[in-house]
Each structure stands twice: as C-alpha cells, then as structure tokens.
Write a protein that binds this ligand. Structure first.
Ligand SMILES: [Mn+2]
Length: 442
C-alpha cells in the first residue's frame, strides 16, 4: 500500500497538509487518526467523505511500500499507524515544520522548513509543479495556514506562508468558510473558562520577562482548552503564558503554554519536562500529580531555566553626551550639531540629570530670539528615564508611549547611557527574527 498520514490528534494544519499531499501523491491513500483535535472536528466532519480516509482497521497488517508523513517527524506521533503495519515501510517521505527531537522518524527524505504552517511546505511544492487544485482543497489548506500562524499574526509566520495563501486565494479558497472553522470559543463553557482564567491570572516577572500563570481545577478534562488559552494569551499579550489545568477525577494535570519570546522557548522548556510542541506553543501532561504541586514546580523550574531578558544595558550607547544646564541655547545647538544628535540629557554641575533638550526646544528659543538664555529655561524638566536593568520590553513601551526618540539610562540620577530609537530597532530586527520585518519593512 501507499499511504499518507499526519500526526495523531489531527489538527487544521495537519488536515491542510493531508489535502495537499493527496494532490502531490495521487496514488497514495489518506489515513485518518483515531483522534481528531477538537478545533478541527468541524472541518474534518464536513470534508470526511471528500477525503475518503482509510481507517486504522483498513491498514491493519499492511505492507507499506511508500509512506508520506505530514506535520510531524516524531515516531511517537505516528505510532498508531506504524504499530499496525506488517513491516517497516520501504520508503518514507516526511514533511515537517517542527524542530527535531530525540524521537525523529528515520528517513533520508526529510522535507523540513521553518514555516509557520506545514501546509505551506506542500503548497510551495504544488505551485512549483503547477498541479491544479479545487476551491475546496484550497479552502482546507488555507484554514491550516490561518490556524498555525494565528491568522498570520504569530511570530512564526513567514513570507512563504503568505505566498502560499496568495496562491490558495487564487485557487478559490473561501474566506467565509474558513472563518467558520476558525471560530475558537464556540462553546458556552469555553467563554466561562476564558473569563475565569482572566480573573485568576497571576503576573510574575521572571528574569525581566513578563510571565503570566493561571491555575484551574476541574472535575474532568474538557476539549477546547487550548483555544481558551490562546485567546487569553492574545488578550493579555504577556511574554509567555502558562495555564495549568488540574483534573480531579483522573488525578492528572496539563500545562498549556504560549510564548512570544525567543528566550522562552517552550519546545525546549516543556520538552525537558516530557511535553512537546513548538517554540511558541507547547503543552505537557502530568499523571498522578495535583495541579497545585505542578504549578509550584513549574514556577521553580522556569525561574531556573528561563534565559534572562535583555535589558537597557545591552543596547544603550555608553558614550552619553550631556549638556550643562547653564549653557546657552546657542552653545547647546552648536554642541548637538557637532555630535550629530537631535537631543541630549541636561545635567547640573555635579553631572546629575536635570532634563532633556532637543533641537525642537532650541528652535522655540530661536524664534523668541533667546539664543543666549540658559538651556535650563527651555529643556523638558520631567524627563523620562530608565535604569540599566530595565527590560527591553519596558524600554520600548516608555519610548513609544511618551513619543520620545532618546531614553537616558540613569543610575542614582547620573546618566550612564542613552537608548535611541535606532538602537531599539536594531535590537528588534536582530532578536525577533521575522522574515517579514527583514525583507519588507527594512
Ligand atoms: Mn502544524
């Protein structure tokens, strides 16, 4: 037999990948997992006949000459299929966008790309081979891309995801249908849970990152918790969110986590605890442990393992050029011109920061014919400053909410550095590797 499989607990991206894999390998048959992820059930039901999936029963004892695996490279996640094969498939092709782990499928044909969605990898191959697809196929595929890129807003999104989305729109993908599939909090209890979590959020600063936790105890596990977590993460927008759910009946707990920081890599962190997922979305299950215990252990673990956030100290320029408060506006203007800056901190004779003066402030003095007046009278007195240990997240907020181009970094009211918008942009460009930012904006 020639088969195409996705991972167990098939989600939207998995289904999108399957739909396109069937186009690339028309002589292969699709196999359905025993479990469909709750978010993908609607999509699965609607297109079940169209896919004409084989079930596990159909492939029992099969001799598989060719196996195509999509949206995973983990042996564990395709074990439900491989367990029932008569022998090892003679050929395996793997399409995956997840990072490698210790449990990788052995293959010499791994088509790994770091795209936001796995569907994108297959989409590009279809585009290259100019294989036509139907509007239904385009709709299923595009749903997968929307789902795995958080509607093209997650940091994992790449130009390629947009390219394939563009192609799928051209093939007749229907946004109105996709919108129906993507509605997350459909159920009443999910909405209730959403508000319950919001009311119980605990905020922690861990090594300069804003990390949010929640802990909810419930009788039984229900489906759709991940969508709720996703929504809370979207609304609260912290650096990372760890939601702990504890199930009384089964004496187990699950941690569902989301992150938007490179320094908080969930694939590594929760992987170390036996869980799995992406750098930005992962989960881990603890059997036989109550949620309170899990929450405390998790916090201790994160406090130890999370990489410290970069602070102002790392991006500021140390060469601060100050202006004395007693200088004239004319002196200040010549000075700024000589150092090629648009503004500088103003200090007293001891070097303590007293204010900030910009070329714009000096302009006002020039218009009033006051170029011989002291800087003191024209500077901004209520100067916004930060400290060397202020995390970049704060620095960014301070600069944008106060609309300032320079942020003096002070220690005991002495300026020790200054961060310009240029410094900040340079940092963001380097440390939030997003192909969009690299190739379009800059
Ligand atoms: Mn995926």
């Amino acid at each position: 037999m020639k088969l195409i499989v996705g991972h167990s607990n098939m989600d939207m991206d998995c289904l999108g990948s399957l739909a396109l894999a069937k186009k690339l390998y028309p002589d292969h048959q699709l196999v359905a997992s025993r479990h469909i992820h709750p978010v993908a059930k609607k999509l699965f039901k609607l297109y079940e006949n169209y896919f004409s999936f084989l079930t596990l029963k159909d492939i029992k004892g099969a001799e598989v000459e060719s196996l195509v695996v999509v949206d995973t490279r983990s042996k564990k996640r395709i074990a439900e299929y491989t367990k029932v094969f008569a022998s090892k498939p003679s050929q395996i092709i793997v399409y995956d966008h997840h990072p490698s782990d210790s449990n990788d499928i052995e293959t010499d044909d791994l088509r790994y790309r770091n795209y936001g969605s796995n569907t994108t990898i297959l989409g590009l191959e279809l585009m290259e081979k100019k294989i036509p697809i139907t509007p239904d196929e385009a709709t299923i595929a595009l749903t997968g891309i929307f789902a795995d890129t958080g509607n093209f807003t997650h940091e994992n999104v790449t130009i390629e995801d947009f390219r394939v989305a563009h192609y799928l729109m051209n093939q007749g993908a229907q946004i109105s249908v996709i919108r129906e599939f993507l509605k997350t909090l459909k159920e009443e209890y999910q909405l209730t849970m959403f508000h319950e979590i919001l009311n119980r959020l605990v905020y922690r600063e861990i090594k300069g990152h804003l990390v949010v936790f929640s802990f909810i105890e419930m009788e039984n596990q229900v489906s759709g918790l991940a969508s709720v977590v996703e929504k809370v993460f979207e609304v609260e927008n912290p650096d990372a969110f760890f939601a702990v759910f504890s199930f009384i009946k089964s004496k187990s707990s699950i941690v569902i986590a989301r992150s938007q920081k490179e320094a908080i890599n969930l694939h590594d962190l929760l992987g170390a605890l036996g869980g799995g997922g992406h750098a930005m979305a992962a989960s881990v299950v603890f059997k036989g442990r109550n949620g309170e215990e899990v929450s405390n252990d998790l916090l201790r673990f994160l406090e130890e393992k999370i990489i410290p956030a970069v602070t102002a100290e790392h991006i500021m320029s140390r060469n601060v050029q100050n202006i004395n408060e007693n200088w004239t506006l004319k002196d200040a203007s010549i000075f700024l011109e000589s150092i090629n800056h648009t503004g500088a901190p103003v200090t007293d004779d001891e070097g303590r920061i007293k204010g900030f003066i910009t070329l714009r402030d000096i302009m006002k003095g020039r218009k009033a014919d006051q170029m011989h007046a002291p800087v003191r009278g024209y500077m901004t007195v209520r100067v916004v400053t930060a400290e060397i240990h202020t995390p970049i997240r704060e620095v960014e907020k301070l600069m944008y909410s106060n609309d300032i181009g320079h942020l003096p970094i002070v220690q005991d009211s002495f300026p020790v550095g200054i961060v310009s918008r240029g410094d900040l942009l340079k940092f963001i460009k380097q440390h939030r590797p997003n192909k969009l930012v690299d190739s379009v904006v800059f």
